[in-house]
Design a protein around this ligand. Structure first.
Ligand SMILES: [Fe+2]
Length: 334
C-alpha cells in the first residue's frame, strides 16, 4: 500500500448502502464498485448510523422496508446528523404509492427509486446528486472565505472588533422576534456579518482617521454600501442579502445613502439592519467616548424614535425586544 493510498481512496465519492438483506447489499456493492465508487454497507439502521459517523460518506442509498428503524426514520436521522451540510439520500422502495413518496419527502429524501431497481437510472440519480453536493460545497467554501474576510477586516480595528458578529446575532434574533421565517433568519445572519464588507476596499487610514473627515472622505466612506454589494454579487448564495448590504444606511425620511430610498421603499432587512447597526454602535466603545449603557441607548433611541432615521414601528418592536432581554439580564458582549 503506497503512501498516497488514503488520498486516492478519498477522492472517490463514497456511498453508504443500507439494507436488511445481505444479498441486496452485495448486489449494490458490486454495481457501485464497478462504477468506481467507494462503498460502505450497513445491515440496518444502527450499523448505518455508526458507519455514517465514522466514515466520510457522500451519499446514502437506503432501503425503506427494514425492521426496527425504517428507511424514512433513518433518512431523518442522517439528515439531522449532517445538519447544515447537504447530504443526499436516495430511498429504495418497493412501494411506489404516493403516500410513501410523501412520507419520503417529509423525511428529507432527495430522490426515490423503485425495487427491483434499474441500475442505469439509479447511477444517473446518484451522479446528479453528487454533482449538486459538490456545487454546494464549492459555494460553502466561497461563502466561508467571504465571511472570514469580513470578520478579519473588522478585527484590524479594536473599535469595530466583534461589531458584525454582534449585529448578525442581534438582527437575526430580531427577525425571529418579529415572527419572520427561518429562511429570513439565516439570510439576516449572513447580512449582519457582511453589511460592512465593502470597507475592505477602503484604506485603513481613512477608516481610522480620528479627526473630522473632509466632505470627500465622508463620500468615500459612504461607498462601502455599494462596494459591499459588488463584492458579494458574484456569489449566488448571497443574492438575497444584496439589498440589505446596499441599503443599510438608508433613512426612513429618505435622507440616507446610497440611493435616498424612503419609508417602505427601503427593504425590510435593510431597515432592521439599520436599527441594530445603530444600537450596536451606540453601546460600543468609540475612540471619542466610552461605551454607553444599554439603558441609556434605549432611552436615546426612544427619544429619537420619530427623528426620521428609522422605521419607527419597527424600532418600537426592537426596543420592546431589548427591554425584555434586559429584564432577563442581557449584556452586550465586549
Ligand atoms: Fe455600514
Amino acid at each position: 500500500m503506497g503512501p498516497f493510498t488514503c488520498l486516492i481512496e478519498r477522492e472517490k465519492p463514497s456511498i453508504l448502502v443500507v439494507d436488511d438483506l445481505p444479498s441486496n447489499l452485495e448486489l449494490m456493492e458490486a454495481v457501485f464498485m464497478k462504477e468506481g465508487f467507494k462503498v460502505y454497507t450497513a445491515l440496518g439502521a444502527s450499523d448505518a448510523i455508526e458507519k455514517f459517523q465514522s466514515c466520510p460518506v457522500d451519499l446514502a442509498v437506503l432501503d425503506v422496508m427494514m425492521p426496527g428503524i425504517d428507511g424514512f426514520e433513518l433518512c431523518c436521522r442522517l439528515k439531522d446528523i449532517s445538519r447544515k451540510r447537504f447530504f443526499p439520500v436516495i430511498l429504495l422502495t418497493a412501494l411506489s404509492d404516493r403516500k410513501s413518496k410523501l412520507k419520503g419527502i417529509e423525511s428529507g429524501a432527495d430522490d426515490f427509486i423503485s425495487k427491483p431497481f434499474d441500475t442505469t437510472e439509479l447511477l444517473m440519480k446518484i451522479k446528479s446528486l453528487l454533482k449538486v453536493k459538490s456545487l454546494n460545497e464549492d459555494l460553502d467554501h466561497s461563502e466561508n472565505i467571504i465571511m472570514t474576510l469580513a470578520v478579519a477586516m473588522e478585527a484590524r480595528d479594536p473599535y469595530t472588533k466583534g461589531h458584525s458578529s454582534r449585529v448578525s446575532k442581534l438582527a437575526s434574533d430580531f427577525v425571529l422576534y418579529l415572527g419572520l421565517s427561518d429562511k429570513d433568519h439565516k439570510e439576516m445572519n449572513k447580512a449582519g456579518i457582511l453589511h460592512d464588507i465593502g470597507k475592505i476596499c477602503l484604506s485603513e487610514s481613512l477608516l481610522r482617521k480620528p479627526g473630522p473627515l473632509t466632505r470627500e472622505e465622508v463620500e468615500m466612506i459612504k461607498t462601502h454600501t455599494i462596494l459591499g454589494e459588488d463584492l458579494c454579487r458574484p456569489l449566488v448564495s448571497m443574492r438575497k442579502i444584496l439589498p440589505a448590504i446596499r441599503h443599510h444606511h438608508e433613512r426612513w425620511d429618505g435622507m440616507g445613502f446610497p440611493d435616498g430610498l424612503a419609508g417602505e421603499e427601503i427593504p425590510l432587512m435593510a431597515r432592521i439592519l439599520s436599527i441594530v447597526d445603530s444600537f450596536d454602535a451606540m453601546v460600543s466603545v468609540r475612540p471619542y467616548r466610552d461605551r454607553r449603557s444599554v439603558r441609556t441607548t434605549l432611552d436615546t433611541m426612544t427619544s429619537e424614535q420619530h427623528s426620521g432615521q428609522w422605521d419607527s414601528e419597527l424600532l418600537s418592536y426592537f426596543l420592546d425586544m431589548i427591554g425584555s432581554l434586559v429584564t432577563k439580564g442581557y449584556k452586550v458582549d465586549a
